[in-house]
Design a binder for this molecule. Structure first.
Ligand code: NAP
Length: 455
């Protein structure tokens, strides 16, 4: 895949970038190693000052950064600006809380004193996706840098200007050179970078296939990985639910980021008693969404990030339809304009054997399932290979407890939208990956948890 900015709204190639040569990659890895030797001993207060400065720059230039994101991957500008602000929030969260998370933890043993000390590991490689081009990077970088590691970013090939802007932010914030570097390289260079002795661990957010191949190389070289992969989150609505609130959230939960979010609600699982009403109202709401230029503040639904995402999504939709699924809204690409536009689509009544059974639909397509009971809802929700998030709607306490306990997911949100929050750990189970970002758990993924015993 070429490293380039291709406007998803128009299909126009705006800028292309030469990937780094092996020689330049080598120089950057060496710089990362050299930087780590010094940076690891930098006082936490100093790191916090720099990360807070990064937050200041993000907030100051949020419009400029937001526009780069929208230009490169097509999310509505207002959402892009909100993402820049959230990235600043992530920086401030770790500036404030890292000293607490990294403090020595005393333990009572047979020693005169014993404790746990958290120490950095070294250069960490982050392989990141284009869908939240700023937030995904900052939620890795803020804890990793606060812990004293140094960061190497291999961003998705379609967001190079975001990748360069982020490197510039860390430089301007005052971090010593080499503490955070962007590597403009294709996926083909990732294996060699992980294998390099100077790189100590890696994190990848993206598809299952990318995660599996990164983890295979890391495993061979005995290096830790965190994987944040795909999802097909259920959105369960039971009879006792507050229907108004569920309806409002359902649209956002599916359409956020033009439908391209790992934690988007992808499967709407609704009990029979309210399914007719839910189906009708969801279709009305989807049809009312304004599809168009993501730079326009009125736009609800912009283009998909690349033509291949559109093709893959449409192929899944057409296969469902051909096999007998019913279309409640949308259902085919919008051929009346350039760019990667796909309409808000709802499919239902799936026979067995369609992609709706077990695949992630990465775009504005809602899959609607009717169920007879909470038992069937939970069974349906768990009957997929993924386990990232789950949103469930009920006002009944017993139902709530069952949903919390029985849903197979890294996160369960009751009567709310599944979202990432710096204060809460984020990650999945099953084929959605392993490890956690954010919260105290996130900063502890890339540290040496050193046991100290003194007599
Ligand atoms: P992708 O193709 O896997 O790309 C993600 C990153 O991995 C890019 O930087 C890509 O580089 C790189 N990559 C691709 N193949 C690789 C390989 N074989 N070895 C090493 N690196 C490789 O993912 P995507 O389709 O763009 O992103 C969408 C997926 O990410 C969805 O499944 C979504 O659910 C998931 N996602 C998960 C989370 C989460 O937190 N769990 C968050 C956001 C997205 P190139 O661009 O150069 O190919």
């Amino acid at each position: 895949m070429a490293i380039a900015t291709i406007n998803p709204t128009t299909g126009e190639t705006l800028r292309t970038f030469e990937p780094l040569t092996d020689k330049l990659i080598e120089a950057k890895l060496e710089q990362a190693q050299q930087a780590f030797e010094q940076y690891r001993w930098t006082p936490l207060a100093q790191r916090a000052e720099w990360i807070n400065k990064a937050a200041d720059i993000l907030v100051r230039d949020r419009e400029r950064f937001g526009k780069i994101m929208t230009l490169e991957m097509g999310k509505p500008l207002k959402a892009a600006i909100a993402e820049v602000e959230k990235s600043a929030l992530g920086c401030r969260y770790y500036a404030e809380n890292a000293p607490k998370f990294l403090a020595d933890v005393p333990a009572s043993t047979d020693a005169s004193h014993s404790f746990i000390r958290y120490q950095p590991l070294g250069p960490i490689l982050a392989v990141m996706p284009w869908n939240f081009p700023f937030w995904q990077v900052f939620r890795f970088a803020a804890p990793a840098l606060m812990a004293g590691n140094v960061g190497l970013l291999k961003h998705a090939s379609n967001v190079p200007q975001c990748a360069l802007a982020i490197e510039e932010i860390f430089q301007q914030a005052g971090f010593p050179s080499g503490v955070f570097q962007t590597l403009l390289v294709g996926a083909d260079k990732v294996a060699a970078i992980i294998a390099d002795e100077r790189v100590k661990a890696a994190t990848l957010t993206g598809s299952e296939s990318a995660g599996a191949s990164l983890a295979a190389v890391a495993g061979k070289h005995i290096k830790k990985t965190v994987l944040e992969l795909g999802g097909s989150d259920p959105f369960i609505v039971l009879e006792s639910a507050d229907m108004e609130a569920a309806m409002e959230t359902a649209v956002t939960a599916r359409m956020l980021n033009n439908g391209q979010s790992c934690i988007a609600a992808k499967r709407f699982i609704v009990v029979d008693a309210i399914a007719d009403e839910f189906e009708k109202r969801l279709a009305e709401k989807f049809q009312a969404l304004k599809v168009g230029d993501p730079m326009n503040p009125e736009t609800d639904l912009g283009p998909l990030a690349t033509p291949s995402i559109l093709q893959d999504l449409d192929q899944q939709v057409q296969e469902c339809i051909t096999k007998g699924a019913r279309v409640l809204a949308g259902g085919k690409p919008l051929g009346d304009r350039p760019g990667n536009f796909y309409p808000a689509t709802i499919l239902t009544d799936f026979p067995a054997g369609t992609p709706a059974d077990n695949e992630e639909f990465f775009g504005p397509v809602a899959l609607l399932f009717r169920v007879a009971s909470i038992d069937e809802a939970i069974q349906r929700a768990n009957a997929i290979p993924f386990g990232l998030g789950a949103s469930a709607w009920t006002t009944d306490e017993e139902e709530r407890d069952r949903l919390i306990n029985e849903l197979e997911a890294g996160a369960v949100f009751i009567n709310g939208l599944v979202k990432s929050d710096p204060r809460l750990p984020f990650g999945g189970i099953k084929r959605s990956g392993y490890g956690r970002e954010l919260g105290s758990q996130g900063i502890h993924e890339f540290v040496n948890i050193k046991t100290v015993w003194v007599k």
